[in-house]
Design a protein around this ligand. Structure first.
Ligand code: DP6
Length: 342
């Protein structure tokens, strides 16, 4: 018997994963910034048991949560062949998020990666092996992917890429890899998350990905994602922030355009989302400073900018953008150092 705790961050995609096939495999390669302040901390105590069925108890932020518990149990049942110890140990799992859960920020990336890291640590511990090698993180990423695709990218610091792509060495459909040798400016990037609406997501990722199967623009999109990836990779190496920003913003708007042109159609932006986007573009043009937006599959806006212009951008956010946010709420985050064993 023992206990393992991991803290694992959320991530924000620069090239978006939207569309999947088979067992959670991506239709196109994606790449993301790993965040720092938005994380899930998950602890798992493992206790020997006699019967082979998967057995867990689950507390979310100190409270029982039947919905989450059933989801996790089902997920664990689906990966028993990966972790035979699940038949020998009962798991007492407790988990909390660093960010308030009613902010519309998706927690599947941080929560599934924290869970996967704990499972891989328990496995290594039971085998009497250490854990900080590349195989450990590749397996944690692969298991996290089976829980939620974007979670595969949360197990590495700074930048991670998931999906086979010719210019990313070792890249794989099965797991994410760390994106190395980026220009140092990117490690200084901040992400101001503007909360436009705290409502639950209007459309789940599962449904959103499935809509791509019939979307008339799907094939063009998957080709565009590969081209955008190549351009973005060049900018990540050479630090050309204007090209970086133009690709990142186009990716966000393409994701939303795909949702608008799906059947049924979804408009996931709110008027405030567009107001913020217009204000960011106006501010950038006026002051000629590198500040860009990206979006998840929802109305909240992520504003990306290097540390060097943080003061100017954050004054602008406080003065001009908070009026568009629900209860004036925003979360200050930055590119992070990856998951930590607690
Ligand atoms: C828009 O990873 O949440 O955030 O694999 O069904 O769990 P599932 O989907 P999920 O999709 C994330 C989509 C996105 C873009 C991205 O993170 O790449």
């Amino acid at each position: 018997m023992g206990k393992i705790i991991w803290r694992s961050p959320s991530n924000i995609a620069l090239i978006k994963y939207w569309g999947k096939y088979g067992h959670q495999l991506p239709k196109n390669a994606s790449i993301s910034f790993t965040l720092e302040n938005a994380f899930t901390e998950t602890g798992i105590a493992y206790i020997p048991k006699d019967t082979p069925e998967v057995s867990i108890s689950f507390l979310f932020e100190g409270q029982t949560n039947e919905l989450f518990e059933n989801k996790i149990k089902k997920f664990l049942e689906s990966i028993v062949s990966e972790f035979p110890f699940l038949q020998q140990y009962h798991l007492d799992i407790d988990s909390y998020n660093s960010f308030p859960h009613s902010t519309g920020i998706a927690s599947s990336a941080s929560s599934m990666s924290a869970l996967a890291l704990c499972l891989c640590s328990i496995e290594r511990h039971l085998e009497g092996k250490g854990e900080a090698d590349a195989d450990f993180f590749a397996k944690a990423s692969r298991i996290a992917r089976m829980g939620s695709g974007s979670a595969s990218r949360s197990v590495y610091p700074t930048l991670a890429a998931w999906g086979s792509h010719p210019s990313i060495p070792q890249s794989s459909q099965e797991y994410a890899v760390s994106f190395e040798h980026a220009h140092p400016v990117f490690a200084t990037f901040k992400d101001a998350i503007l909360i436009v609406s705290k409502n639950e997501k209007e459309v789940s990722s599962r449904v959103g990905h499935a809509l791509m199967e019939e979307n008339p623009f799907a094939e063009v999109r998957f080709r565009q994602a590969a081209t955008n990836m190549d351009t973005l990779i060049s900018t990540l190496h050479n630090g050309d922030l204007n090209t970086f920003g133009s690709i990142v913003e186009k990716e966000a708007l393409t994701l939303h355009a795909l949702m608008m042109t799906s059947e049924p159609s979804f408009i996931l932006m709110k008027p405030a989302t567009l107001n913020i986007i217009e204000a960011i573009r106006g501010f950038r043009n006026e002051h000629q400073i590198p500040v860009f937006f990206t979006l998840d599959a929802g109305p909240n806006v992520h504003i990306l900018y290097p540390e060097a212009v943080a003061e100017k951008v954050e004054n602008f956010i406080e003065e001009k953008l908070l009026k568009h946010c629900e209860k004036g709420q925003w979360i200050s985050d930055r590119v992070g150092s990856g998951p930590k064993r607690v």
